[in-house]
Design a protein around this ligand. Structure first.
Ligand SMILES: Cc1ncc(COP(=O)(O)O)c(C=O)c1O
Length: 420
């Protein structure tokens, strides 16, 4: 049996996976075009406006509004939906910070609802149970690109008259029953930050089919201006949250690559599902039949410590040494981040109206706890742009480490012994 790379053996691979972002002449030409136009702001140039139209068509919606990032897009969506002090907004705890802090910035109260252990996505049964007379909105996150159970979520929203804002920061081009992520809720929010499947360094987008919501979002992202108003005329609490033209230009080039890249990731993700589910103690994120395309911003899996009998961190170190850059992912549920545990909400004191006693630090949502605490693992999207042989290396590394688990266990015990 070949030696583990962690113990000095040869790694499964030394070649890097595809780097990110991928760019070339189209991006250089687009940015140069924007620079040479001398129109670098959204209100003067045509790059962002063009990209908004293209991205709206891509998502199958009427409106798209380009903003500075995917945190601000959530915040504007909440403001446009009329969320205000004391309102409750349901969010998952297994997501990036912004999903919940956008709610705090709307002066409302995030209510965390557990995820499904198999899909890593918010559990609609938990949503229904968490609804109160103050609930106003739900922000489902398509975690890693896997579409949430949108039929169930939209049915709950309809019954209780709630606004649904899809956080599609991981889900450019993901589909639910053939419909694009972001186009199913009342509003959808995207991020184009550097790591994202469609990126421009920084950037964000709000999408919607609702004319009134779109008009409000446009006004809020543009200092409260209204169509036909004069320059220094401001109607809504707002600011300058507009995307810049250089970002728009980059996105106009990057979006041409998106479908091919998404199809590659989707096919590789399906292949990894088949292969990794045969490795003992590894369970891929459950791909539901309604998730007709997965953008795989993250390839998520569950690691069963009982089957491997070594801690997740040791497994990650061993796989990394074999040349596979797997990571643990989120290791703390959002509600236990110091920000929430201590309610360090700065000037946003809206929660004190009705939720002064809310105790985030002592919450315990068991599925999120299990995944953060030791089960969760991710491969990042650029890895899924590799070839079939690259995917085989991932599988071979997982298998190799599994076969050496006893040796790793022994070395872990020695390390613990030496430290005592
Ligand atoms: C799920 C999720 N929502 C929102 C955001 C916020 O996007 P941005 O970093 O563009 O503000 C991110 C970004 O990492 C994210 O992963």
């Amino acid at each position: 049996m070949p030696q583990l790379a962690l113990s000095g053996g040869n790694p499964i691979r030394t070649k890097p996976f595809p780097s990110w972002p991928i760019f070339g002449k189209p991006e250089e030409d687009a940015v140069l075009r924007a620079v040479r136009s001398g129109k670098w702001g959204k209100l003067d140039g045509s790059e962002v406006a063009t990209f908004e139209k293209r991205f709206a068509a891509y998502c199958g919606v009427k409106h798209a509004i380009g903003v500075v990032n995917g945190t601000v897009s959530l915040r504007i969506a909440l403001m446009a939906a009329g969320i205000e002090a004391g309102d409750e907004v349901i969010v998952p705890p297994y997501t990036f910070l912004a999903t919940a802090t956008a709610v705090v910035e709307a002066n409302a109260t995030p209510i965390f609802v557990d995820i499904d252990r198999e899909t890593f996505n918010i559990d609609p049964k938990g949503i229904e149970a968490a609804i109160t007379s103050r609930t106003r909105a739900i922000i489902p996150v398509h975690l890693g690109g896997l579409a949430c159970d949108m039929d169930a979520i939209m049915a709950i929203a309809k019954k209780h008259n709630l606004t649904v804002i899809e956080d599609a920061a991981h889900a450019h081009g993901s589909e639910y029953k053939g419909r694009r992520a972001g186009s199913i809720g009342h509003l959808g929010s995207f991020s184009f930050q550097s790591s994202k499947n469609l990126c421009s360094g920084e950037g964000g987008m709000i999408v919607t089919n609702d004319d009134q919501l779109a008009q409000k979002c446009r006004s809020i992202h543009n200092c409260g201006r209204i169509p036909g108003g004069v320059w220094y005329e401001h109607h809504l609490m707002s600011g300058n949250y507009r995307m810049g033209e250089l970002q728009g230009a980059l996105l106009n080039a990057q979006v041409d690559r998106l479908d091919e890249q998404t199809n590659t990731r989707d096919a590789n993700g399906k292949y990894l599902d088949e292969q990794l589910s045969q490795v003992p103690g590894i369970t891929p994120q459950k791909r539901t039949k309604d998730a007709t395309r997965n953008a795989y911003h993250l390839y998520c899996f569950r690691y069963d410590q009982n089957a491997w009998r070594i801690p997740r961190q040791k497994f990650i170190e061993a796989v990394n040494a074999e040349g596979i850059p797997a990571v643990a992912g989120y290791v703390v549920p959002l509600y236990r981040q110091p920000l929430f545990a201590q309610k360090n909400f700065g000037p946003y004191t809206g929660y004190k109206l009705h939720h002064a006693d809310i105790d985030y630090g002592n919450m315990n949502l068991p599925n999120c706890e299990a995944i953060c605490g030791g089960e969760g693992g991710w491969l990042l999207q650029n890895l899924l742009l590799g070839s079939r042989a690259d995917m085989d290396d991932v599988v071979a590394a997982f298998r190799k480490v599994y076969e050496h688990r006893e040796e790793l266990r022994a070395s872990d015990r020695e390390a613990v012994g030496a430290a005592q």
